[in-house]
Design a protein around this ligand. Structure first.
Ligand SMILES: *[C@@H]1O[C@H](CO)[C@@H](O)[C@H](O)[C@H]1NC(C)=O
Length: 272
């Protein structure tokens, strides 16, 4: 009898704790569920897509939760947290898209189609800190299409993995793959703010930024990721593709995408 009582109270505690966790939880799974995730990347298993379901919801959750303490998807109010995740999923959708203007359902259903960039380039730049490993190539891999030995080295350092020696881990292990993308998202590159700081409203433009028309919004995240090629020369199809994904995902979750979705007239942070 006693045993049954203690088992029952344990069960009750579990239920109560579960409810509490559901309400106050910082769990990314509460921001976006599997149904929504799979509907976003509807053609991930299409015969045309090399990914074939590689970018799973479970892998995304595992990677995201490992960055929860650093603030990914856990900063600010619920709408801010959702907006950050949707911006991340949108940018990485563009990076991996298999879509085209007349694709079934339109181009914004074709994110997460590619794993590896199709190229013969090794993307190896002389670097004394992160020297290229023999025979390895550092072309784009994973949701953010991580490129260059320098980035594989830095991301690997943070994740505790030797990605210089084994860059293809980013194309073979989906959790590692998502982690490299979130690492990029969270980490300021060169003279740029982090994508994370922009999307959670932490980034404040300097006078230089203001003169360059760089203002908070999804557009400046595009500028961070690929501004040298896409921003500052008027209308650009890449920029439009990025915010097309973003608007679709925001609509799905009933989230206001905010202002300044493009960077058509923003100066890039760095001129390539
Ligand atoms: C998933 O999330 C959507 C939008 O937030 C919601 O409408 C739907 O009921 C959820 N589905 C499940 C199975 O929880």
């Amino acid at each position: 009898m006693k045993l049954i009582y203690s088992l029952l109270s344990l069960l009750l505690l579990d239920v109560l704790w579960g409810v509490g966790a559901a309400e106050g939880s910082k769990d990314v799974g509460r921001l976006i569920n599997a149904t929504m995730f799979n509907e976003m990347f509807k053609y991930q298993k299409d015969p045309q897509c090399p990914s074939q379901g590689f970018y799973s919801y479970q892998a995304f959750l595992a990677a995201a939760s490992s960055f929860a303490k650093l603030g990914f998807a856990t900063t600010g109010k619920l709408s801010t947290r959702k907006r950050e995740v949707l911006a991340f999923l949108a940018q990485t959708s563009h990076q991996t898209t298999g879509g085209w203007p007349t694709a079934p359902d339109g181009p914004f259903f074709w994110g997460y189609c590619h794993i590896r960039e199709t190229t013969k380039d090794s993307y190896c730049k002389a670097d004394s800190k992160w020297p290229c490993a023999k025979g390895q190539k550092y072309y784009g891999r994973g949701p953010m299409q991580l490129r260059y030995n320098h980035n594989y080295g830095e991301a690997g350092k943070m994740l505790g993995l030797d990605l210089l020696k084994n860059p293809d881990l980013v194309a073979k292990d989906a959790v590692v793959s998502f982690k490299t993308a979130i690492w990029f998202w969270m980490t300021p590159q060169e003279n740029k703010p982090s994508c994370h700081d922009v999307m959670v409203g932490k980034w404040r433009p300097t006078e230089i930024d203001k003169a360059a028309k760089r203002v908070p919004g999804f557009g400046v995240v595009t500028n961070i990721i690929n501004g040298g090629e896409e921003c500052g020369h008027g209308a650009d199809t890449g920029v439009a593709d990025r915010f097309g994904f973003y608007e679709r995902y925001c609509n799905m979750l009933g989230i206001n995408p905010g202002k300044h979705l493009e960077c058509f007239f923003q100066e890039p942070f760095t001129r390539m």
